[in-house]
Design a protein around this ligand. Structure first.
Ligand SMILES: [Mg+2]
Length: 385
C-alpha cells in the first residue's frame, strides 16, 4: 500500500495568534520573543520578515532592523491552548499524528482510500477547518514520506498547499538547492558546494560510491537516499505515547447537562477511535473540566479491564462528570485514556466479541468515508427520532 504523509505547519504561529487577538497588530510587523537584553525572536510575522527579521535572531538586531515593529513577549500558555485546539483538528483527519513542535505535525493519512482520490481536497479541508475554528492559517504538504511532506509544506509558504505525487519526485526535488536535504546544514552544505554540488539532482546522480570519496559511508548513503526522495521513517503514533486525549474549548461556555453529555460522547468517540487505530486499550480514563473562570478539575478512574470502546470511555467520563456537580458554565471538556494495554487483551472476555465486530464495522466506515460520517449519521438518527 502506498503511504501518504501530510505535514502541517502553522504560518508564523505566535505572531499570527497575536495578530488574530489584537486587531491593531494586523498588517503590521509583529515580533514575538524575549524582551530582555539577551532575548531572541521566537516568531516574526511576515510583515516583519520583510525587514529581514527572523526567528532565533537576537532581539537587539531585530529592533535595529525593524524600529517601528510591535514587540511582544508573548503568552506561552495561551499559545499552548490554541495548539491543543489545532491538534484536536489534526486528530479528526488522521488517527496517527506525530507532533514535531507546538504548531507542526506529521499526519499519516495512508489507507484512507476514498479520501486519497483527492489529496488536494483533503488538504484544503484541513486548512479550512483550522481557519474556521481558530482564524489561523496553516501550510500543508502531502507526499509519500515524511521528508518530502515537510519539504512540500514549506515550498509555498505562507498559506501553501503542495502535493508531491510519487511520479513527480524528481521533477520537484532535483532542481532544489542541497540545503533542502533533511539534515544538511552548515558544514556538509559547504563541503558539497566546494565539490561542485549545487542542487539535489546532482547529489542523486553522483551516487553513493562517488560521495564516499569525500564523506563517510553512512552520510553518503543517507544523502543519496534523500536526494532520490526516499525516506522510510514512520509517523510515530500514540503507541509510543503514554496517553491519548482530546479536548474541546467551547466558543461560549456551556451550561446544560445535555450539552456536556453530548460533548463528552463526541470526545469519547474520538479517544476510542484513536485507541483502536493504534491497537491500544486504556486502563485509566481521565476527565478534565475547565470552568468559565478557568478553575480546572481533573478526575480519573482506573478500570479493572482496559478498554478502547466509545461507550465504556463515555460511561466512565459521564460518571466522573456527574460526581463533580458542576453548576456554572463550562469552558472546556477533555477526556484522556492512559495506562495502555496492547489491544487484544480485551477480547479475552467473551462478551467483547460482538462489540469488536461492531466497532470494526464503524471504524471501517470512518476510514473509508472520513471520521465525520458516523457522527453525521448519529446526528441524523437523533433528529429523526
Ligand atoms: Mg510554523
Amino acid at each position: 500500500m502506498e503511504r501518504y504523509i501530510m505535514h502541517v505547519d502553522m504560518d508564523a504561529f505566535f505572531a499570527s495568534v497575536e495578530q488574530r487577538d489584537h486587531e491593531e497588530y494586523r498588517g503590521k510587523p509583529v515580533i514575538v520573543g524575549g524582551q530582555s537584553v539577551r532575548g531572541v525572536v521566537a516568531t516574526a510575522s511576515y510583515e516583519a520578515r520583510a525587514f529581514g527579521v527572523h526567528s532565533a535572531m537576537p532581539m537587539a538586531i531585530a529592533r535595529r532592523r525593524c524600529p517601528e515593529g510591535i514587540f511582544v513577549s508573548g503568552n506561552h500558555a495561551h499559545y499552548q491552548e490554541v495548539s491543543q485546539q489545532i491538534f484536536g483538528i489534526f486528530h479528526d483527519f488522521s488517527p496517527a499524528v506525530e507532533a514535531l513542535s507546538i504548531d507542526e505535525a506529521f499526519l499519516d493519512i495512508s489507507g484512507m482510500e476514498k479520501l486519497m482520490k483527492n489529496c488536494r481536497a483533503y488538504g484544503q479541508k484541513l486548512k479550512k477547518k483550522i481557519y474556521l475554528q481558530t482564524g489561523l492559517i496553516a501550510s500543508v504538504g502531502i507526499a509519500p514520506n515524511k521528508f518530502l511532506a515537510k519539504l512540500a509544506s514549506d515550498l509555498e509558504k505562507p498559506d501553501g498547499l503542495v502535493i508531491i505525487a510519487s511520479g513527480e519526485i524528481k521533477r520537484v526535488l532535483w532542481p532544489l538547492p542541497i540545503s533542502r536535504l533533511w539534515g544538511v546544514g552548515g558544514k556538509t552544505e559547504e563541503r558539497l558546494h566546494r565539490l561542485g554540488y549545487e542542487n539535489i539532482g546532482q547529489v542523486a546522480q553522483a551516487g553513493e560510491a562517488e560521495l564516499c570519496k569525500n564523506f563517510g559511508q553512512k552520510l553518503s548513503r543517507q544523502l543519496v537516499k534523500l536526494a532520490n526522495g526516499r525516506d522510510d521513517r514512520l509517523v510515530e503514533t500514540e503507541r509510543e505515547a503514554q496517553s491519548v486525549g482530546n479536548e474541546v474549548t467551547f466558543e461560549q461556555d456551556i451550561v446544560t447537562q445535555e450539552e456536556a453529555e453530548a460533548a463528552l460522547l463526541a470526545l469519547a468517540e474520538k479517544v476510542g477511535w484513536r485507541l483502536r487505530r493504534v491497537n491500544c486499550c486504556a486502563r485509566t480514563i481521565q476527565l478534565k473540566v475547565r470552568l468559565g473562570d478557568f478553575t480546572t478539575y481533573t478526575r480519573s478512574r482506573t478500570l479493572s479491564a482496559a478498554t478502547c470502546y466509545d461507550e465504556d470511555i463515555y460511561g466512565v467520563a459521564r460518571e466522573l462528570f456527574h460526581a463533580l456537580h458542576v453548576h456554572s458554565g463550562i469552558r472546556l471538556l477533555g477526556i484522556t485514556g492512559s495506562s495502555f494495554d496492547i489491544y487484544g487483551q480485551a477480547s479475552l472476555f467473551e462478551d467483547n466479541h460482538k462489540k469488536e465486530e461492531l466497532y470494526s464495522a464503524i471504524d471501517g466506515l470512518k476510514k473509508r468515508f472520513g471520521y465525520d460520517i458516523i457522527n453525521h449519521l448519529n446526528a441524523k438518527k437523533k433528529k429523526d427520532k
